[in-house]
Write a new protein. Structure first.
Length: 451
């Protein structure tokens, strides 16, 4: 990176950033309080609040949201009549899954092979640190030229909508001219990328009941309706033979226009085993950015160890449906529910519960903020031009903010490039990406203020 004062300051602050990220990663801030103590999330929230106070933020608050989680807010006043930028990140994380599968403990930031490993290092505690680095670099080089609001969410990974509902009841709180969502990532390490499209999501819990209680499979199997077998049939109906999603009434054939994701690169990024085919049809970009995708997130049934020879009376699953831009998530949820009900065999009793929902998002890339970010990325990533890409994941807050503040420009950047392996074991962040994106964000704030 060519020498410039902002970049030099960020580079000098990286050791401090690593130490702070280690402190933040140490909190087991999974917003599923049936599995993880709420005190861990509260500790992470208080850490963020203290960090904002240390940077001269005012009106710093840790507030409760309707889903039982906490969000953190702070305001850093800039020059008179300056524009206002909202910087977003979330401090909650996914569960570590199988801790024994991690090479190093998930809640201990560990450096290995040039990357920093730990749950939340990239998604999205690293973005909390990115925001702090950008602001510190500006303060050391002439000051922050805009008003800055920071919001750190506490339950984004759960999809339970706490911050969305709070924002709707307090619409002035997050109002801004431009919003930078630090919960996306570059298409690959070293290629600056703005995410312009997000799929929405709906989560449904399905339970199938067939008997008053489990029965001996030798005495009753063959005639007694097996709830687990019924559930398997229902879930199988959600995919065609090639693996593409088939929810009755949901259009599956939309196409992506923009940056293309090659199958070779995707297989490498997704770590697909040799000989295993990709599912679906069309380009990879079509499949992961522009089309619906169903995933069975979990099934409640007897584990293999300790299983008994029984016909199952009940079985339950959690089903996720990712919804592309152009499709209403509420309508998709109704179609999914109707599909599950209509494909339940043998007259089995079926109950379906909505767990969470978020609308898809499509950005306006013609706005001045995108040009300001593109110019900043060119400096932070010499020789590269900012690319536009989609993202198969969901950030429901984006649509909430777009609805509340239709005049606001929304940009999505972040540290979750493919090597980060977010939501999987051995999640990591590239310190080089943290450095360059912090520089880019600082320069963006300066560019935007001058525009």
């Amino acid at each position: 990176m060519p020498s410039n004062p902002v970049a030099e300051t960020v580079a000098s602050l990286l050791p401090r950033a690593k130490a702070e990220l280690a402190e933040l990663v140490a909190f087991k801030s999974v917003a599923d309080f049936a599995q993880f103590p709420k005190s861990e999330s509260e500790g992470a929230a208080n850490w963020v609040a203290d960090a904002l106070r240390a940077e001269d933020f005012v009106d710093v608050a840790v507030f409760d949201t309707p889903d039982g989680s906490q969000s953190v807010y702070g305001y850093l006043p800039g020059p008179e009549s300056a524009k206002t930028i909202l910087l977003y990140a979330h401090y909650d994380v996914q569960p570590p899954l199988d801790e024994a599968a991690w090479t190093t403990p998930p809640f201990e930031l560990t450096e290995r092979d040039g990357r920093w490993y730990g749950r939340g290092a990239a998604d999205c505690k690293g973005s909390v640190i990115m925001h702090l680095l950008a602001l510190r670099a500006l303060k050391a080089n002439g000051g922050v030229p805009v008003n800055v609001k920071v919001i750190a969410e506490g339950s984004e990974e759960q999809g339970t909508g706490g911050l969305e509902r709070y924002a709707e009841k307090h619409p002035r709180l997050l109002e801004a001219d431009t919003i930078v969502i630090g919960d996306a990532g570059n298409f690959r390490v070293g290629l600056p990328t703005a995410t312009t499209s997000l799929r929405g999501m709906t989560l449904l819990r399905i339970q199938i009941d067939t008997l008053q209680g489990n029965l001996h499979s030798g005495q009753f199997g063959g005639a007694a309706p097996d709830a687990l077998a019924a559930l398997i049939r229902v879930l199988d109906s959600l995919r065609a033979a090639d693996g593409s999603t088939t929810v009755d009434g949901l259009a599956p054939e939309t196409e992506w226009e923009g940056l293309e994701y090659t199958e070779e690169q995707f297989r490498e990024d997704a770590k697909v085993l040799d000989g295993v085919e990709l599912i679906g049809h069309g380009s990879v970009s079509d499949r992961i950015w522009a089309r619906p995708a169903v995933t069975v997130l979990g099934i409640d049934c007897p584990p293999v160890v300790g299983a008994t020879p029984s016909v199952q009376a009940s079985a339950r699953a959690l089903v996720s449906l990712r919804v592309p831009p152009g499709t209403d998530a509420a309508e998709a949820s109704k179609l999914l529910q109707t599909h599950l009900e209509s494909h339940t065999p043998w007259g089995a009793n079926v109950r379906i519960e909505s767990v969470g929902q978020g609308q898809p998002f499509l950005a306006d890339t013609t706005s001045p903020a995108y040009q300001a970010m593109a110019d900043a990325m060119t400096v932070a990533y010499p020789g590269e031009t900012m690319q536009y890409a989609g993202h198969g994941g969901s950030i429901p807050l984006c649509n909430t903010l777009a609805g509340l503040y239709p005049q606001a420009e929304i940009l999505l950047i972040g540290l979750s490039e493919p090597q980060a392996q977010i939501h999987a074991v051995n999640e990591s962040v590239s310190p080089q990406e943290l450095e360059r994106l912090s520089v880019a964000e600082a320069l963006f704030l300066r560019n935007y203020a001058a525009g």
